[in-house]
Write a protein that binds this ligand. Structure first.
Ligand SMILES: Nc1ncnc2c1ncn2[C@@H]1O[C@H](COP(=O)(O)OP(=O)(O)OP(=O)(O)O)[C@@H](O)[C@H]1O
Ligand SMILES: [Mg+2]
Length: 330
């Protein structure tokens, strides 16, 4: 449904936002871009939905070239933007109807389809409320419904749960899985939430500074770390501790994080006593030791050498959150 080959965007002024990404999204699949602020996620989506012209490479959506046949591409895609874009004075139903008219859906189909998409996102009872009385999660659900109105074959979701609380986020995940199941639509989504990528995506690509570092099914990425488990040791002296780990378990793969050493090993629980003893005799202080099954976050750390700090919003994100709060308060 989506095929990108060396897709590239250099903005005016020379910012290389997307640096030759290649990937494909199969029919009925949820494919995700997981990456931090500024990674190039939104820029990629904008090129795929023909809002931005690539400066290099190519992409086809539903078999149509995004540069050569933009109108055919637009007809087959649904989009939910990163920033909310609803008319707050109109009701939910009116927002959907307006969108459907823009796509030229005839009246009888419009009315039936509005009912269908409202049911999909559980908003039928609130359909005739003005959107300004909706909660943030309800607005997001209405945007999902709107993205589906014209029967798109591919739905693009740019950070579908950004800024929502954990409970609302989980509810949105359920709706996204429902619409994948019931509409058979292919979904390309972006996120910087590890758990979101893990829960929703059949396949995920980790993107950083415009490049795909690795891609695959979340389960394969996790088992590709080697070892059956993860041992995370926090210390003021990561280099010293990495040397200790190297001496103990020569073959183990190790990643150095900020103030921590992460080792991918079999049966990590059994190894904790050895590590504590060895660190002690090497004079390397340990703050804490944690063991767990590998998560997508470990995959991310392994390939980027960093963690995504979910709580630490970028200035742009803080501004967006403020705008959302202001819009809700109006
Ligand atoms: N119109 C523009 N002109 C110049 N540079 C831009 C423009 N839009 C984005 N950029 C830059 O391109 C890079 C990628 O931005 P993009 O918005 O695609 O990232 P993102 O992964 O969506 O980030 P976020 O998680 O914050 O939404 C960033 O360095 C950004 O500053
Ligand atoms: Mg973005």
């Amino acid at each position: 449904m989506v095929e990108a080959e060396g897709l590239t965007k250099v903005y005016e002024g020379g910012v290389l936002a997307v640096d030759g990404v290649s990937f494909s999204v199969a029919e009925g699949e949820i494919f995700g871009f997981l990456g931090p602020n500024g990674a190039g996620k939104t820029t990629t989506i904008k090129m795929l939905v023909t809002l931005l012209r690539p400066t290099g490479g190519s992409a086809r959506v539903c078999g149509h070239d995004v540069v050569g046949s933009p109108n055919l591409v637009r007809r087959c895609v649904g989009i939910v933007f990163q920033d909310p874009a609803l008319d707050r004075e109109l009701t939910g139903r009116e927002n959907l109807d307006y969108h459907a008219r823009m796509y030229g859906l005839p009246r009888e189909i419009r009315e039936r389809r509005i009912g269908e998409v409202l049911d999909l996102v559980g908003l039928r009872e609130r359909a005739d409320w003005p959107v300004k009385r909706y909660s943030g999660g309800m607005m997001r659900r209405l945007e999902l419904a709107r993205g589906l109105m014209h029967y798109p074959r591919v739905l693009f979701l740019d950070e579908p749960t950004l800024g929502l609380d954990a409970q609302t986020r989980r509810a949105i995940w359920d709706y996204i899985l429902t619409l994948k199941r019931e509409e058979g639509v292919s979904i390309f989504l972006t996120t910087h939430y590890m758990e979101e990528a893990d829960r929703l995506c059949d396949r995920v690509a980790i993107i950083d500074r415009g490049r795909i570092l690795v891609s695959g099914a979340p389960g394969d990425l996790k088992s590709g770390l080697g070892g059956g488990g993860v041992l995370i040791a926090r210390t003021p002296d990561p280099d010293g501790l990495a040397a200790v780990v190297g001496d103990l378990w020569g073959g183990a793969r190790v990643t150095l994080g900020e103030g921590e050493v992460v080792a991918y090993v079999d049966d990590p629980g059994r190894r904790v006593p050895d590590l504590v003893r060895a660190a002690d005799s090497a004079g390397v202080p340990l703050d804490s030791v944690e063991i767990r099954r590998p998560s997508l976050e470990d995959v991310y750390l392994r390939y980027t050498g960093r963690r995504i700090r979910e709580e630490e919003a970028s200035p742009a994100e803080v501004m967006r959150a403020r705008m959302r709060a202001r819009m809700r308060g109006r």
